[in-house]
Every structure is written in structure tokens, then in C-alpha cells.
Design a binder for this molecule. Structure first.
Ligand code: NAI
Length: 330
């Protein structure tokens, strides 16, 4: 296997951003975490935000906050940290008019550029710095002297140093402490959406719950066994530490034999056929179109699906479990 290029702290020069003003557009999950990390890394930054609770939070945390258009005009590097489905309209209205030669546009997800919902002009560096981690942990890891790994990619290299700028941003948010892998907008978008859609842990747990409870077993005991005890988190950590197979040695021999001999009863080649369908809907742009039209309809399906999901008997049991057992979630 050909190894991809991986960048660490020593490979990257933060001075590329010296004298440059960075505008972080949005102060939500990623925006807040990345802004705090960049500020602690010595960067000069401002926040662009609509007037809402997020803007107030940014002010409370000591940032200068401007309307999005003005923040874009005032800066050299513009980081799009607002939800993917609102980015195209915000881009057209507030970001595009402020773009000119020499500026850099940074995305945390390849979604809009890869699917063509945003088409940045050729004279503007357009890059991707995508942390493979939720925002809260991007910040928490940085504070502990660590970092969340990230992917970087270049869509437009107008200046000839777009990658250097992307890597400097990656270093500023702490990602090069863990390692930053050279990727592409397509690779990041497709693999990210696929992982979200195909690894439906929640669905697996729900089906397991239904199977056992319908066979007469106590719902609280079943919830505890499937994930309520926190063992699932520990297993996930062990997979990271020791590998998918290596972690099996932490389980009893009975468990090990049971897991390995029954592994493909549920998740098997049939699942792969469905996974290919998910992949095909992503690559063809069908999912992306559906998601943007979902936004246009006021998220009607998302709301209905969430309400349906909350009707599952497991949700009641989760509440009872939280009231009954003292589970450490730190
Ligand atoms: P978020 O949902 O936390 O964004 C909230 C921010 O968006 C707030 O500042 C809010 O004022 C602003 N906002 C919301 N609606 C707006 C509108 N109509 N016009 C202007 N501003 C609006 O977003 P999140 O989850 O941080 O995602 C930002 C980007 O980071 C996306 O591209 C996402 O794919 C990417 N990403 C997110 C990760 C996560 O942990 N949530 C992980 C990796 C990448």
C-alpha cells in the first residue's frame, strides 16, 4: 500500500499566517473550538456571525464579532464554520463579494465544493482542513497539549502556496500534533458521509434491544448489556489502542469465540450490498441534493424522523437507566 503524505508539527511553518487576518465564520461546534485553538496558537482572528446566541458567546469569550460580510472583507483567510446546508446562500450573499486575489477560503468539510454548490473563483486559494473529530474534543485535546487528526486538501491553488496556508491552519488548531493526511475534497466528503450513514450503530442497538425484549428479557438489563453500562465506550477505546482483533484478548474466551464464530450472522455480504447503495447515492450527488432540498422544506423529514426515533421504547428505558444507575460518562 502506498502511504499518503502525513504532516506533523515540524513539517509546518506557522509564519505563513504572520500578518494575516483570519475570519472564522460561525462560532458553533467547530467554529468555537478552532477559533480558541488558533487564538492560543498566536493567530490574529475575528469572528463573522449573524446576531444570535453564538455571536454573544464569541463576545463573552473575548472575540471581536462582525457581520459575516464585514468579517470577510476585513480578512485574508476566511474559514467557513457554519452548517453545510446554509453555506451556499451565505457564500453567495456575504462571502463571494469579499473574495479577491490573494485571499484563502478554508472549509472544514468538502461537501459544498465537491458537489458544486459553492464554486469559488479560480483566483482565490480554496482549501480543506477537516478535523476528524467533534468540535468539543478538538478544543479539549488542544488544551491537553494534544490534537485531533485532520485531512487537508487543495481545490484551487491560485497563489502557489495554498497547501502551506492549509497546513498552517491545521497546525494552529493542533491537528499536526496528531498528524494531518493529504487528501482531496472528494475523498473527505465521500468517506465522511459514508461513515455517518453506513455504520448505523444506533440501528444495530435498537434491533438487538427489540430481539431480546420481544423474547421476554428485562428492558433495563438489556439496555445495560447493549450499551448502558458504558462498556461500549471502553471497547471503542480498546479498538483504538489494540486494534479490532487485538482488543479481543480483553474479553473472555467465551466472548471471543462467540464474537468470531457469529461475526457474519448479522453483518455480512448483504450488508455490503446495502453499503454500496449508500456509497452510490453519495457519489451520484443524490444524497446531497436530497439534503439541500430538505433544508428548503424547513427540515420536515428530519423532524419527522427524529420524532419517530424518539418513540422507540428504548428511549424510555434510557431515562430509567439514567435515574437508576450511576454510570461514569467522563
Ligand atoms: P454548527 O451547527 O455548530 O454551526 C453553528 C454556527 O452556524 C453558529 O455560529 C450560527 O450562528 C451559524 N449559523 C447557523 N445558521 C446560519 C445561517 N442561516 N446563516 C449564517 N450563520 C448561521 O456547525 P458545525 O457542526 O460546527 O459545522 C461547521 C462546519 O464544520 C461544517 O462544514 C461541518 O461539516 C464541519 N465539521 C463539523 C464537525 C462537527 O464536529 N460538528 C466535524 C468536522 C467538520
Amino acid at each position: 500500500m502506498r502511504m499518503k503524505k502525513v504532516y506533523y508539527d515540524d513539517d509546518v511553518d506557522l509564519n505563513v499566517l504572520k500578518g494575516k487576518k483570519i475570519a472564522v465564520i460561525g462560532f458553533g461546534n467547530q467554529g468555537r473550538a478552532q477559533a480558541l485553538n488558533l487564538r492560543d496558537s498566536g493567530m490574529d482572528l475575528i469572528i463573522g456571525n449573524i446576531e444570535d446566541e453564538y455571536a454573544k458567546k464569541a463576545v463573552d469569550e473575548g472575540f471581536k464579532v462582525y457581520p459575516i460580510g464585514e468579517a470577510c472583507r476585513r480578512s485574508d483567510v476566511i474559514m467557513m464554520m457554519i452548517p453545510d446546508e446554509v453555506q451556499p446562500e451565505v457564500y453567495e450573499l456575504d462571502v463571494k463579494p469579499a473574495l479577491h486575489e490573494g485571499k484563502t477560503l478554508v472549509f472544514a468539510s468538502g461537501f459544498n465544493v465537491y458537489f458544486g454548490f459553492i464554486k469559488p473563483p479560480a483566483n482565490v486559494d480554496t482549501v480543506l482542513v477537516a478535523p476528524k473529530m467533534i468540535g468539543e474534543s478538538v478544543r479539549a485535546l488542544y488544551v491537553r497539549g494534544m490534537g485531533a487528526p485532520a485531512l487537508v486538501a487543495v481545490h484551487n491553488d491560485a497563489t502557489g502556496h495554498a497547501l502551506k496556508t492549509a497546513l498552517a491552519i491545521a497546525k494552529g488548531i493542533g491537528a499536526t500534533r496528531a498528524g494531518v493526511i493529504m487528501s482531496s475534497f472528494e475523498e473527505e466528503t465521500v468517506t465522511d458521509l459514508f461513515a455517518e450513514q453506513a455504520l448505523a450503530y444506533g440501528q444495530l442497538i435498537k434491533l438487538g434491544f427489540e430481539t431480546l425484549v420481544e423474547s421476554g428479557y428485562d428492558p433495563l438489563v438489556v439496555q445495560l448489556e447493549l450499551y448502558g453500562s458504558g462498556e461500549l465506550i471502553e471497547i471503542s477505546k480498546s479498538i483504538l489502542r489494540y486494534g479490532l482483533v487485538g482488543q479481543l484478548s480483553l474479553h473472555s474466551t467465551t466472548s471471543r469465540y462467540g464474537q468470531l464464530s457469529r461475526a457474519n450472522y448479522v453483518i455480512n455480504e448483504n450488508a455490503k450490498v446495502q453499503m454500496r447503495k449508500i456509497l452510490q447515492e453519495i457519489r451520484s450527488g443524490r444524497f446531497a441534493e436530497e439534503w439541500l432540498s430538505e433544508k428548503k422544506s424547513g427540515f420536515r423529514n428530519l423532524q419527522r424522523l427524529t420524532e419517530d426515533a424518539l418513540q422507540h421504547p428504548l428511549i424510555q428505558i434510557e431515562k430509567i437507566s439514567r435515574q437508576t444507575l450511576r454510570i461514569n460518562v467522563d
